[in-house]
Design a protein around this ligand. Sequence first.
Ligand code: BGP
Length: 468
Amino acid sequence: MRQFPKEFIFGAATAAYQAEGAVNEGGRGPCYWDEFLHRSESRFNGDVASDFYHQYPVDLKLSNEYGLNGIRISIAWSRVIPNGTGEVNEEGLAFYDRLIDECLANGVEPVVTLHHFDTPLSLFHQGDWLNRDNIDHFVRFAEVCFKRFGDRVKKWVSINEPWSVVAGQYIIGHFPPNIRYDVAKAIQAMHHMMIAHAKVVDTYKRMELDGEVGIIHILESKYPITESEEDREAAYVEDVLANQFMLDACLKGTYTTETLAVIERLMTLQQTTLVIEEGDMEWLELASSQNDFLGVNYYASHFLAAYEGESGIHHNGTGEKGTSVFGLKGIGKRVSNPDVPTTDWDWPIYPAGLTDMLVRVHRQYPNYKAMYVTENGMGYKDDLIDGSIDDTPRIDYIAQHLNAILDAIEQGVTVRGYFLWSLMDVLSWTNGFNKRYGLFYVDFETQERLPKKSARWMREVANRRQVI
Ligand code: BGP
């Protein structure tokens, strides 16, 4: 039976706003989600979430007991620098000291993200990543964290999923500031995020800390639904926008002519152009050889058809299967593939798309040093029956994706770890609490944790380093 390499990390992931709760404790300032999810129309908020702020010793003990040797956490920028700029909050730093020490005490390596969707509210109001000032504010925050925790944290992630951030903010509109179909803003903000990433990498390297630094991208394969030239073009354009633009930025350190041709056409559709300032490309180039790893988040792939109608998107945020719509004028429309099953939230379950993506990065960007699959998992409406949870469909999902990783490793790809989304059930940004991903079920009333069937299965997988 195939085995994962010896040093392979079997981990699980969390993110500050989705897990911590305690939004008014320890001197934390608000991030933009606090404001947004307190509007009257919101069905949920992150005030308490999984109470990780207090429950982390329980969660880390469970991680250890269930065979995990890695955890993704993120540091909330607004816990450390409540306003985004200005004063550093010692209480916030002290919380992360305790959290990181608890990880290490349990033999669970912390992989720490600096930006997981949660820009401080004051900086959000100044334009967030569309405002270039955000770049330097973020670099300062990163430097504060490197100084304080760099002795113990050996794996750092600058930003989690630039594409998801900007797609949510400016295209789908389910993230604040809730703008729809503005592909141009999305592109411009992504460019700024990549400059921020590059500067963070440079800062880390100049501090001569003995750890690794990288970035995480959501990388979902895009396939044409038929072999027609139009459908192939639609898949190609969505791939360049969501994947290749970002991969070029971080691993090539330049935008290739092919990538720029698509990006510029999309900007022109909105009567604008991509603004690249003097020095930007030098930053990208410098960082491209200094990344220690690429984190790949993968949940689904998409099947595309040509589409010239008006843009229309419906986000299925309730798990009412079959309600999603995603069509962008001049780009394409995501369509269902009858051969590919989907989750209740309409995410296609297509593990081969993960192998394809890992192999593609390996071939197209041979200078990558290592990849980690930093998120993968299945949103599922877990039912608590007689005190236990049988989440067999989740186990099937994970098994298929672990096998997809082994397929890629067999083809020569360097993959060093797998982090399941999520460690315990957490808040889902635009779906709430009934879209569960955790290995550990969370009773959101009592904050009790209950290992699911998948947790016991995962322990066996990690122990044997085999998909069972
Ligand atoms: C990724 C995010 C995670 C997590 C996950 C599941 O994009 O990095 O924070 O939320 O997706 O997504 P969702 O909660 O929307 O189902």
